[in-house]
Design a protein around this ligand. Sequence first.
Ligand SMILES: [Fe+2]
Ligand SMILES: [Fe+2]
Length: 214
Amino acid sequence: MKKNIILKIEKEAKKYFKGADGCHDFSHIERVRNLALRIGKKEKADLFVLEIAALLHDIKKKEEMKFKGLICHAEHGAKAARKILDKYNLDKKTIENIVHSIEAHRYRNNIFPNTIEAKALFDADKLDSIGAVGIGRDFLFAGEIGAKFHDPNVNIKKTKEYSKDDTAYREFLVKLSKIKSQIITKEGKRIAKERHGYMVEFFNRLNKEVNGIL
Ligand SMILES: [Fe+2]
Ligand SMILES: [Fe+2]
């Protein structure tokens, strides 16, 4: 029964990602689902709530990008998710927890995750921006906005977001290097420490290679 609901919601969620760019396509949802369940198991979360929240958390991302950030995908996504969830015979507590998890997954909108499921989803989503996956997505994004490959001496104050200078390395210095400190759960922190260390090592090496030292 629960498995069936998850399969139906997964099918429905996929529709929202048609034509999505490589940084925000359905493969991000699949990775977040895997990580969220891994964290959720350790933290004794309700895995049914967590899996559905992971599947639906970014269904309005494409819309946010289309409107150049004028709408908040977490807020709009939570509303759209409620409509989807109403079609199934779920209890109120389950629905509210899923909706809250979606609404609170975004760092910038000032809604703090206050259930263990919301915390696990928040962490899984952030962790997908760091480590080897984070580096890959980082370069992919730089390519999408037409940035150059690398500048080991980039001045983050004198360069701008979404410009040619907004390289993967600049994004690492400005944002990705800070994600570790935003993680909430114990298991999430353990994964973040590992992934963060790998990124630091990668960019150190990249700087040495471009300078001909390695
Ligand atoms: Fe999101
Ligand atoms: Fe996400």
